[in-house]
Design a binder for this molecule. Structure first.
Ligand SMILES: C=C(O[C@@H]1C=C(C(=O)O)C=C[C@H]1O)C(=O)O
Length: 89
């Protein structure tokens, strides 16, 4: 029983890693585009829209919206660091 649950958890964790890898691949491309066009690393208005949307999706999926916002914030902050580094290169 526990083994079966854990196999499913391991599959979900693998999917999360693959999804995050794809997300970071595309955000790196955005970072290079921004650096080339002298655009700022962060876009707070876009982030606000994303957070609002994700909180609504979380609620509809019975996932804690606070957790969803913290998770997205954590990911976006890492992306912004990458964009700042690309700008300095
Ligand atoms: C990826 C972008 O850069 C930053 C990172 C974001 C993200 O990880 O979703 C969103 C907005 C920006 O602060 C973007 O501007 O689209």
């Amino acid at each position: 029983m526990l083994t079966g649950y854990r196999q499913s958890i391991d599959n979900i964790d693998a999917a999360l890693i693959h999804l995050l890898a794809e997300r970071f691949k595309i955000t790196q491309a955005v970072g290079r585009y921004k650096a080339a066009h002298d655009l700022p690393p962060a876009d707070p208005a876009r982030e606000e829209r994303q957070i609002k949307r994700l909180r609504a999706l979380a609620k509809a999926s019975q996932l804690d919206p606070e957790f969803s916002e913290k998770f997205l914030r954590f990911v976006i902050d890492e992306v912004i660091h990458h964009h700042e580094r690309l700008r300095e290169e």
